[in-house]
Write a protein that binds this ligand. Structure first.
Ligand code: EPU
Length: 432
């Protein structure tokens, strides 16, 4: 088992380069299955979700060659449309993109229901609605295998999504890129990774317009070809480090980012009293740690609203801001499991359904905690870096699903964090 050992209470200073976007990469990698040829993907984050997705592709006969730590060549020439091993698929939610990609390319897919972070019930009914509108029949077996087939072929259709869903929007784009006619997705998600997937598919020869708005049009083309593509920077990784700098105080610049993607986050940091400076591809947060942050209210919403994937990080900020802050989760039923861990560190917070209320305390204190999921884990690192004393965080494999080189990046701005491995109860410190 691995743990992070973190000693808090210091300001952070310096700059952090931001990696490629996890949620764009997890759509783009399965999208390579739509062509028979070679794609070169650059700015690919080196995180466990990406490694797991590449393992799944390799299990289908796709050849993967690393060109460097953040670039791969993906050769789908000899791939086979075989059922994907459940043990691999259950590790990540994004495995559902294999359904859209395989359906689009072969007219048929068999993929186990996806895994992913546990935020309560996470249905895929809107994905299914989309596949059926395109002409596929969908069955879910008792063993949880999604079987999708278009015996009479697929054809473009108009699909209105009943909920704004990132996954359903991307999956329908994948399924529709190669089929006859025009598909229109209405009430589509508008996240930056939707635009990135559309740009990638268009670079492969697809004809997609409207990505980034709530109406996306996909005119099916006969075939797609290999290409070279660089993934956009990760909005949530950048947002996490900006929120961290506001929490500890100091001055941190995230580099290689698209400031526009961070606006909902920087607006709230500014409301809490942090100073924000935007460059062409940098954002800097400065805060004087001797002055308490101001309270805020916040509700998570689909893009361009405030992202749910930054909600736990802002829960940490609210737990130390002066006064009462109210946080409303607008996307998921159950994304507050980190609040119990924060309470162990001295936070005063209550949760009622989708609403959490924080009575800000002056300081958090160290305590042993565990990461309940990816973003909650990142939030607990933030809390630990603010807390008096040394905190031990376990279940850190969740955090490694989405943050490349997090220990090295944090150390580079002055954080005291170590990764340790615990074989049979004895702590064996790893060089990091
Ligand atoms: N929903 C439905 N039916 C569906 C699909 C979604 O009711 O068919 C509901 C969900 O239950 C949820 C809401 O719609 O309440 C939004 O879900 P969405 O489909 O947008 O989420 P997702 O595609 O499963 C992606 C990211 C998540 C991120 C959400 C929201 C990936 C691999 N995951 O999930 O990222 O929270 O969009 O932005 O792209 C993370 O990175 O930590 C993470 C959890």
């Amino acid at each position: 088992m691995e743990q992070y050992i973190i000693t808090g209470g210091h300001e952070l200073h310096g700059s952090i380069p931001i990696s490629g976007a996890k949620n764009a990469a997890l759509g783009i990698l399965p999208a390579t299955l739509l062509c028979s040829g070679v794609c070169r993907i650059e700015n690919l984050p080196q995180i466990s979700d990406v490694r797991n997705m590449l393992d799944i592709l390799a299990s289908m006969g796709v050849r993967i060659r690393y060109l460097n730590k953040n670039a791969v060549e993906i050769d789908t020439t000899h791939m086979q449309n075989v059922p994907t091993p459940y043990e691999m698929v259950r590790k990540l939610r994004a495995s559902y993109y294999l359904i859209g990609a395989l359906l689009g390319r072969f007219g048929k897919a068999e993929v186990a229901l996806p895994g992913g972070c546990d935020f309560g019930f996470r249905p895929i009914d809107q994905h299914i609605k989309g596949f059926e509108a395109l002409g596929a029949t969908v069955q879910i077996t008792e063993g949880g295998i999604v079987q999708v087939e278009a015996k009479d072929g697929l054809a473009g259709a108009s699909i209105y999504l009943d909920v704004v869903s990132v996954g359903a929007t991307m999956n329908i784009m994948l399924a529709a890129a190669l089929i006859n006619g025009q598909t229109v997705i209405e009430n589509a998600a508008r996240e930056p990774h939707i635009v990135d997937l559309a740009n990638f598919l268009n670079t492969m020869g697809a004809d997609i317009t409207g990505a980034g708005t709530d109406v996306i049009k996909i005119r099916g083309v006969e075939q797609l070809h290999g290409c070279t593509y660089s993934i956009i920077p990760d909005q949530i990784e950048a947002g996490t480090y900006l929120a961290l700098a506001a929490a500890t105080g100091g001055s941190v610049t995230v580099t290689g980012v698209i400031p526009k993607h961070l606006e909902s986050i920087t607006a709230k940091l500014s409301e809490m009293g942090a100073e924000i400076e935007e460059g062409d591809d940098t954002v800097t947060v400065r805060r004087d740690s001797s002055v308490r942050m101001r309270r805020i209210n916040l509700k998570t919403q689909p893009y361009p609203g405030f992202p749910t994937d930054m909600q736990p990080q802002f829960g940490v900020l609210m737990s130390m801001a002066e006064g009462t802050s109210i946080l409303t989760e607008g996307i998921y039923d159950n994304r507050y499991r980190y609040v119990n861990e924060l309470r162990r560190m001295g936070a005063e917070a209550t949760v009622d359904g989708r609403i959490a209320v924080f009575e800000g305390v002056e300081r958090l204190n160290a305590a042993p905690v565990h990461a309940p999921d990816l973003r909650a884990g990142a939030a607990l690192i933030m809390a630990a870096l603010c807390a008096e004393g040394t905190t031990v965080i376990d279940e850190i494999h969740y955090i490694e699903r989405g943050y490349e080189d997090i220990v090295r990046k944090l150390k580079s701005v002055g954080a005291e964090i170590r990764l340790v491995e615990i074989p049979d109860g004895a702590a064996l410190e790893r060089a990091n």
